[in-house]
Write a protein that binds this ligand. Structure first.
Ligand SMILES: *Cc1c(COP(=O)(O)O)cnc(C)c1O
Length: 364
């Protein structure tokens, strides 16, 4: 069994993907080819975000976002303690300081009630993550940000396609990012990402920053980087985007089926009423995690742990290590979470098989 069945997806969309790729290969316009702008327009229509800037990865999207926001050495940026390292890494990369915030016990998204206690004179903004495909509490987070004069940027690497009160992820904050890493809900065939904004000035800055700070060739007004999305990746994404809404429906059916089998036996994922998840992961929680992983592995079922070490304990951040007592929920999650195979093509039989093996492992 595949954890994310990309081979199956390719077989299903093969003709459309190959047709799009062939157009790029025939034109040989590998950098800034027409598919890139076409993708940006399609993503803008799909989300309702006025400006979309495609870029080289979800990590670069975050980095470009911070550059556009003017983050500098010494600034503090609030990030959840329980996320993939990229969210915080980009802050440190610019010489700023990631300040970790504990997460909510049920959704594992940044806890709005714990944000204000972490704000200092040096805090400039926050990067809430919409973990596992479910949006964080953006009404409350936006309110806190605006009350303290902070910017807020959603890390929607796992949540492209999710909704919050009927509004799309990546449009809930003035600036937001996503990733098209192959295993994300909308993935390309290599690295890719995008930034979304409703601010025209920021959008113009981002378009320059991702291309060496130039608006015109060899006229560099900003210090930027090579952060462009390959035309080939834009072509793959355009082919896949046509099927994406159906895939999100299918993911929700898979998740509902898992929950049917597993509810009350393990802690199944909690989705708040205002949210619709894209199920980047279907992550359960159990004290018998190691038994579950071992038993599933024996039966040919892959699992993954997102994430085994909270950020405040990562060696890379040892310089400003903070006490475990500040992050009880994040720590508890790191010891109990395990993600099951999740993709739109899981059959009812496969879902039942995975669930039965989870239940069998718990009985041992
Ligand atoms: C995957 C991911 C990223 C980084 O995206 P890449 O495209 O791999 O650089 C950032 N934040 C979160 C929460 C992610 O899951």
């Amino acid at each position: 069994m595949q954890f994310v069945d990309l081979p199956k997806q390719y077989q299903l969309y093969k003709e459309e993907i190959q047709e799009r790729l062939d157009a790029v290969l025939t034109s040989c316009r590998f950098i800034n080819g027409p598919a890139v702008a076409e993708l940006e327009k399609a993503l803008s229509e799909n989300t309702g975000s006025p400006y979309v800037i495609a870029c080289s990865s979800g990590t670069d999207a975050l980095l470009l976002g911070l550059l556009a926001l003017g983050v500098k050495a010494g600034d503090e940026v609030l990030v959840p303690d329980f996320t993939f390292i990229a969210t915080a890494e980009v802050v440190s990369f610019l010489g700023a300081v990631p300040v970790f915030v504990d997460v909510e016990p049920d959704t594992l998204n940044i806890d709005p009630a714990k944000v204000e206690g972490r704000i200092s004179d040096r805090t400039v903004g926050m990067i809430p993550v919409s973990l596992y495909g479910q949006c964080a509490e953006f009404d409350e987070l936006n309110r806190i940000a605006s009350a303290h004069g902070l910017w807020i940027m959603e890390d929607g690497a796992q949540s492209y396609g999710a909704t919050y009160n009927g509004r799309k992820s990546c449009t809930l904050t003035s600036i937001a990012t996503t990733s098209f890493f192959p295993a994300k809900p909308l993935g390309c065939y290599g690295d890719g990402g995008a930034i979304f904004t409703d601010d025209e000035t920021i959008s113009r800055k981002l378009t320059m920053l991702r291309n060496h700070g130039q608006a015109k060739r060899y006229q560099h007004s900003l210090i930027g980087t090579n952060g462009r999305l390959d035309t080939i990746q834009a072509a793959v994404l355009l082919a896949k985007l046509a099927h994406f809404d159906d895939e999100v429906d299918a993911r929700n059916k898979v998740a509902a089926k898992y929950t049917e089998f597993l509810a009350n036996r393990v802690r199944t994922p909690v989705v708040r009423p205002q949210n619709r998840s894209v199920w980047a992961q279907y992550t359960i929680r159990t004290d018998k995690r190691d038994d579950v992983i071992a038993h599933l592995k024996t039966n040919g079922i892959p699992t993954a742990v997102h994430y085994p070490i909270p950020l405040h304990q990562q060696e890379a951040f040892a310089k400003h290590r903070e006490p475990d007592e500040l992050f009880p929920e994040s720590l508890a999650a790191s010891k109990t979470v395990v993600s099951l195979p999740m993709h739109p093509f899981l059959s009812d039989d496969e879902i039942e098989t995975v669930a039965q093996h989870v239940l069998a492992a718990l009985k041992q």
